[in-house]
Ligand binder design. Structure first.
Ligand code: SAM
Length: 307
């Protein structure tokens, strides 16, 4: 994965907005997770208590286990990339009424549960903060030679491309992670294993069939699945000593979420990883949703919103 910064503020006009860094929200976030030992201990104790408390709840789907040390590194170490993973509390389901596929809760989920850590396919393009980057600005970078590994192509090929058939295709979340861990890349020299802490060698998974994702189909897949954000998280970016840019990319597992105007999950971009957390209680069988509204990039995702 490569993050490329190709759009200058001049190219977009002076659209970058400024937010208070020394007061208001800026300082609130800065004071929350500082590098001081006492603060760090408090954060770790709180995180451990929350994890223990979460695990005690009965009848609840299992979230991704978060080690407090990993979480601390995630928020403070610029090079730390979390292992791509999906919560065992989440599964893919086929819906009727033209909605295609979507993610649902296997067991009850509570606010804050970590549901998904998704790695982008190929490149993420970034621009100045405040910019609404468009899929058209991402497409040439994914079409460039060598931009997509076999694993990326395999994950992208499973996504909705605007045709009803692609939304009906039976797939499982396992297919995405099989591709990532090398299943789709078995016949190539691609270093497909995800990088991150705690990744252990596993037996070779069965290959995922790779459909051709190039030309017009790749463009359609990017148009229907690219996700962008106009500002990096105000708290995380300065802690990781990263600029708050705008971003656009395709995070294939996240693209399986359907739209709701009252979403029950919240995406968060940390490094190049898209983390998805529950924003409210989701009962067993309940659909996980995100809002496509408010982001110019998502206007292709779902236009006929009647919610
Ligand atoms: C990013 S994809 C979401 C995953 C997709 N359902 C699939 O099968 O892969 C976006 C597409 O899902 C469908 N979709 C998303 N939210 C919907 C909703 N609330 N109602 C109906 N269709 C929806 C639309 O076809 C939209 O273009």
């Amino acid at each position: 994965m490569e993050i490329i910064d190709f759009i200058s503020p001049e190219m977009l006009g002076s659209r970058a907005l400024s937010f208070p860094r020394d007061g208001g929200m800026g300082s609130m976030f800065h004071s929350g997770l500082g590098p001081h030992t006492s603060r760090r201990s408090a954060v770790l104790v709180n995180a451990k208590a929350k994890i223990a408390q979460n695990h005690k709840k009965d009848g609840r789907g299992k979230p991704i286990t978060e080690s407090a040390d990993d979480m601390y590194r995630l928020y403070t170490a610029p090079d730390f990339l979390m292992k791509p993973q999906v919560s065992p509390a989440v599964q893919l389901q086929q819906f009727t009424a033209g909605k295609g596929r979507g993610l649902v809760a296997k067991g009850g989920i509570i606010p804050g549960d970590l549901l998904l850590v998704s790695q982008p396919a190929g490149r993420v393009v970034c621009g100045p903060e405040g910019a609404s980057l468009r899929p058209e600005q991402l497409i040439p970078h994914l079409q460039a030679e060598g931009a997509l590994s076999a694993a990326d192509k395999a994950r992208l090929s499973l996504l909705f491309d605007g045709t009803p058939e692609s939304g009906q295709r039976p797939i499982s979340l396992k297919d995405f992670f099989t591709a990532l861990s090398g299943g789709a890349a078995a016949s190539t020299k691609e270093p497909a294993a995800p990088k991150g802490f705690g990744v252990k060698a596993k037996p070779a998974p069965s290959p995922v069939p790779v459909e051709e994702v190039a030309g017009p189909r790749l463009e359609q897949i990017v148009r229907f699945n690219a996700w962008g954000i106009e500002y990096a998280d105000f708290g995380v970016a300065p802690l990781r000593k990263q600029r708050s840019n705008s971003y656009i990319g395709v995070w294939p597992e996240f693209s399986l979420l359907n739209h709701s105007c009252i979403p029950n999950t919240q995406p968060l971009l940390i490094g190049d990883r898209l983390l998805l957390r529950a924003a409210s209680n989701i009962p067993e069988g309940g659909e996980l949703t995100t809002s496509y509204l408010g982001l110019a990039v998502c206007t292709h995702w779902y236009l006929a919103c009647a919610h």
